[in-house]
Design a protein around this ligand. Structure first.
Ligand SMILES: [Cu+2]
Length: 226
Protein backbone atom coordinates (compact mmCIF):
# COMPACT_ATOMS: atom_id res chain seq x y z
CA UNK A 1 0.00 0.00 0.00
CA UNK A 2 2.74 2.42 1.06
CA UNK A 3 4.68 1.69 -2.13
CA UNK A 4 1.60 2.28 -4.24
CA UNK A 5 1.04 5.66 -2.56
CA UNK A 6 4.72 6.59 -2.93
CA UNK A 7 4.75 5.54 -6.58
CA UNK A 8 1.55 7.47 -7.21
CA UNK A 9 2.93 10.60 -5.52
CA UNK A 10 6.15 10.34 -7.53
CA UNK A 11 4.19 10.01 -10.76
CA UNK A 12 2.03 13.01 -9.93
CA UNK A 13 4.95 15.17 -8.78
CA UNK A 14 7.09 13.96 -11.69
CA UNK A 15 4.61 15.62 -14.01
CA UNK A 16 5.21 18.95 -12.26
CA UNK A 17 8.82 19.40 -13.34
CA UNK A 18 10.76 19.17 -16.57
CA UNK A 19 11.27 21.31 -19.60
CA UNK A 20 7.58 21.62 -20.47
CA UNK A 21 6.02 22.07 -17.03
CA UNK A 22 3.94 25.18 -16.40
CA UNK A 23 4.14 24.29 -12.69
CA UNK A 24 7.92 24.70 -12.72
CA UNK A 25 8.09 28.38 -13.72
CA UNK A 26 11.46 29.89 -14.69
CA UNK A 27 10.44 33.53 -15.02
CA UNK A 28 8.03 36.14 -13.63
CA UNK A 29 5.28 35.71 -16.25
CA UNK A 30 5.17 31.94 -15.87
CA UNK A 31 5.31 32.44 -12.09
CA UNK A 32 2.12 34.50 -12.22
CA UNK A 33 0.37 31.79 -14.24
CA UNK A 34 1.54 29.01 -11.92
CA UNK A 35 0.30 31.03 -8.93
CA UNK A 36 -3.08 31.41 -10.62
CA UNK A 37 -3.18 27.64 -11.22
CA UNK A 38 -2.53 26.90 -7.54
CA UNK A 39 -5.15 29.41 -6.37
CA UNK A 40 -7.68 27.87 -8.80
CA UNK A 41 -6.80 24.41 -7.50
CA UNK A 42 -7.25 25.67 -3.93
CA UNK A 43 -10.68 27.13 -4.77
CA UNK A 44 -11.75 23.90 -6.48
CA UNK A 45 -10.47 21.88 -3.52
CA UNK A 46 -12.49 23.97 -1.04
CA UNK A 47 -15.71 23.32 -2.99
CA UNK A 48 -14.85 19.65 -3.47
CA UNK A 49 -14.22 19.10 0.24
CA UNK A 50 -17.47 20.88 1.18
CA UNK A 51 -19.47 18.68 -1.18
CA UNK A 52 -17.71 15.52 0.00
CA UNK A 53 -18.34 16.35 3.67
CA UNK A 54 -22.06 16.73 2.94
CA UNK A 55 -22.01 13.52 0.93
CA UNK A 56 -20.34 11.51 3.71
CA UNK A 57 -22.71 12.97 6.32
CA UNK A 58 -25.73 11.88 4.30
CA UNK A 59 -24.25 8.38 4.00
CA UNK A 60 -23.31 7.81 7.63
CA UNK A 61 -25.88 9.90 9.44
CA UNK A 62 -29.31 8.73 8.37
CA UNK A 63 -31.70 11.61 8.27
CA UNK A 64 -28.96 14.23 7.99
CA UNK A 65 -30.30 17.31 6.30
CA UNK A 66 -33.86 16.00 6.05
CA UNK A 67 -35.05 18.88 8.17
CA UNK A 68 -33.86 21.33 5.52
CA UNK A 69 -36.21 21.92 2.63
CA UNK A 70 -35.07 21.13 -0.94
CA UNK A 71 -35.40 24.82 -1.80
CA UNK A 72 -32.93 25.78 0.95
CA UNK A 73 -30.50 23.06 -0.21
CA UNK A 74 -30.65 24.39 -3.77
CA UNK A 75 -30.21 28.04 -2.77
CA UNK A 76 -27.51 27.36 -0.18
CA UNK A 77 -25.65 24.60 -2.00
CA UNK A 78 -26.18 25.74 -5.57
CA UNK A 79 -25.86 29.50 -5.17
CA UNK A 80 -24.59 30.73 -1.80
CA UNK A 81 -21.78 28.19 -1.51
CA UNK A 82 -20.17 28.33 -4.99
CA UNK A 83 -20.84 31.94 -6.03
CA UNK A 84 -18.42 33.66 -3.60
CA UNK A 85 -15.66 31.19 -4.48
CA UNK A 86 -16.26 31.53 -8.24
CA UNK A 87 -16.51 35.34 -8.08
CA UNK A 88 -13.29 35.58 -6.08
CA UNK A 89 -11.48 33.25 -8.49
CA UNK A 90 -12.78 35.12 -11.54
CA UNK A 91 -11.58 38.50 -10.26
CA UNK A 92 -8.24 37.06 -9.20
CA UNK A 93 -7.83 35.51 -12.69
CA UNK A 94 -8.77 38.79 -14.41
CA UNK A 95 -6.32 40.74 -12.26
CA UNK A 96 -3.50 38.28 -12.87
CA UNK A 97 -4.34 38.06 -16.60
CA UNK A 98 -4.08 41.84 -16.96
CA UNK A 99 -0.56 41.74 -15.57
CA UNK A 100 0.50 39.38 -18.37
CA UNK A 101 -0.49 41.72 -21.17
CA UNK A 102 2.29 43.51 -23.05
CA UNK A 103 2.67 47.13 -22.10
CA UNK A 104 1.55 46.58 -18.50
CA UNK A 105 5.10 46.13 -17.27
CA UNK A 106 7.17 48.92 -15.78
CA UNK A 107 7.95 50.45 -19.17
CA UNK A 108 11.55 49.25 -19.01
CA UNK A 109 13.52 47.75 -21.87
CA UNK A 110 12.17 44.76 -23.78
CA UNK A 111 13.70 42.58 -26.46
CA UNK A 112 11.44 42.03 -29.47
CA UNK A 113 11.21 38.95 -31.64
CA UNK A 114 8.69 37.59 -34.12
CA UNK A 115 7.57 33.97 -33.91
CA UNK A 116 6.39 33.09 -37.40
CA UNK A 117 4.58 29.74 -37.56
CA UNK A 118 3.95 27.52 -40.53
CA UNK A 119 3.06 23.85 -40.91
CA UNK A 120 5.09 22.59 -39.04
CA UNK A 121 7.93 24.80 -38.09
CA UNK A 122 8.72 27.95 -36.14
CA UNK A 123 10.80 30.70 -37.69
CA UNK A 124 12.15 33.24 -35.21
CA UNK A 125 12.98 36.71 -36.49
CA UNK A 126 15.01 39.10 -34.38
CA UNK A 127 13.26 42.45 -34.73
CA UNK A 128 15.93 44.28 -32.71
CA UNK A 129 18.80 42.87 -34.80
CA UNK A 130 18.30 44.22 -38.34
CA UNK A 131 20.06 42.06 -40.92
CA UNK A 132 20.47 39.10 -38.58
CA UNK A 133 19.23 35.85 -40.11
CA UNK A 134 16.22 34.19 -38.56
CA UNK A 135 16.53 30.86 -36.75
CA UNK A 136 14.39 27.75 -37.19
CA UNK A 137 12.89 25.94 -34.19
CA UNK A 138 15.45 27.51 -31.85
CA UNK A 139 14.80 30.89 -30.23
CA UNK A 140 17.66 32.76 -28.57
CA UNK A 141 16.72 35.29 -25.91
CA UNK A 142 18.59 37.34 -23.31
CA UNK A 143 18.06 36.12 -19.73
CA UNK A 144 16.57 38.49 -17.19
CA UNK A 145 14.92 40.75 -19.77
CA UNK A 146 11.25 40.74 -20.86
CA UNK A 147 10.94 39.43 -24.41
CA UNK A 148 8.02 40.63 -26.48
CA UNK A 149 6.91 37.89 -28.85
CA UNK A 150 4.95 38.91 -31.95
CA UNK A 151 3.20 35.73 -33.11
CA UNK A 152 2.23 35.43 -36.78
CA UNK A 153 1.33 32.57 -39.10
CA UNK A 154 1.78 31.73 -42.76
CA UNK A 155 -1.05 29.22 -43.06
CA UNK A 156 -3.37 28.00 -40.28
CA UNK A 157 -3.80 28.92 -36.61
CA UNK A 158 -0.95 27.78 -34.41
CA UNK A 159 -0.19 28.70 -30.82
CA UNK A 160 3.14 29.77 -29.32
CA UNK A 161 3.74 28.39 -25.84
CA UNK A 162 6.83 28.08 -23.65
CA UNK A 163 5.26 26.67 -20.46
CA UNK A 164 8.14 27.58 -18.11
CA UNK A 165 8.46 31.17 -19.41
CA UNK A 166 4.94 32.48 -20.01
CA UNK A 167 1.45 32.05 -21.37
CA UNK A 168 0.13 30.94 -24.74
CA UNK A 169 -0.69 33.14 -27.68
CA UNK A 170 -2.39 32.15 -30.93
CA UNK A 171 -0.45 32.70 -34.16
CA UNK A 172 -3.18 33.60 -36.63
CA UNK A 173 -2.75 34.28 -40.37
CA UNK A 174 -3.11 37.99 -41.15
CA UNK A 175 -2.81 39.04 -37.52
CA UNK A 176 0.06 39.89 -35.18
CA UNK A 177 -0.59 38.91 -31.56
CA UNK A 178 1.74 39.86 -28.73
CA UNK A 179 2.78 38.21 -25.51
CA UNK A 180 5.72 38.56 -23.15
CA UNK A 181 7.97 35.82 -21.90
CA UNK A 182 10.98 36.05 -19.62
CA UNK A 183 13.64 33.70 -18.29
CA UNK A 184 15.25 34.56 -14.95
CA UNK A 185 18.36 32.60 -15.78
CA UNK A 186 20.28 31.27 -18.74
CA UNK A 187 19.19 27.80 -19.81
CA UNK A 188 17.13 25.80 -22.24
CA UNK A 189 13.36 25.71 -22.16
CA UNK A 190 10.94 23.63 -24.21
CA UNK A 191 8.31 25.23 -26.44
CA UNK A 192 5.36 23.74 -28.30
CA UNK A 193 2.61 24.58 -30.70
CA UNK A 194 -0.45 24.52 -28.43
CA UNK A 195 -3.15 24.56 -31.12
CA UNK A 196 -3.89 21.55 -33.30
CA UNK A 197 -2.70 22.55 -36.76
CA UNK A 198 -2.61 19.36 -38.83
CA UNK A 199 -0.86 16.01 -38.94
CA UNK A 200 2.56 17.44 -38.03
CA UNK A 201 1.25 19.30 -34.98
CA UNK A 202 2.70 16.99 -32.31
CA UNK A 203 6.20 17.44 -33.74
CA UNK A 204 5.95 21.22 -33.91
CA UNK A 205 8.20 21.80 -30.94
CA UNK A 206 10.97 24.31 -30.48
CA UNK A 207 13.65 25.21 -27.99
CA UNK A 208 14.28 28.51 -26.23
CA UNK A 209 17.88 29.18 -25.31
CA UNK A 210 18.31 31.99 -22.80
CA UNK A 211 21.80 33.47 -22.54
CA UNK A 212 23.39 35.85 -20.06
CA UNK A 213 23.76 39.42 -21.35
CA UNK A 214 27.33 39.37 -22.71
CA UNK A 215 26.97 35.86 -24.13
CA UNK A 216 23.75 36.86 -25.84
CA UNK A 217 25.31 39.97 -27.37
CA UNK A 218 28.25 37.98 -28.72
CA UNK A 219 25.92 35.35 -30.16
CA UNK A 220 23.63 37.94 -31.74
CA UNK A 221 26.61 39.78 -33.23
CA UNK A 222 27.66 36.63 -35.07
CA UNK A 223 24.14 36.08 -36.39
CA UNK A 224 23.25 33.35 -33.87
CA UNK A 225 25.71 31.01 -35.54
CA UNK A 226 26.90 28.34 -33.07
CU1 LIG B 1 0.09 22.96 -33.92
Amino acid sequence: MFHAVTAGALMVLGGCSGSYSALDPAGPHAQTIAQLWWVMLGGAAVLFVLVMVLFVLTLFRPGFGSGVSPRVWIVAGGLLMPIPVLVALTFYALFQGERLLPGRDDGGPVYRIEAHARQWQWEFRYLDEPGTPSTLDVLHIPAGLPVEVVATSADVIHSFWVPRLGGKIDATPGHAARIRIEADQAGQYGGVCAEYCGTGHSGMRFRVEAHEGADFRALADRGFAP
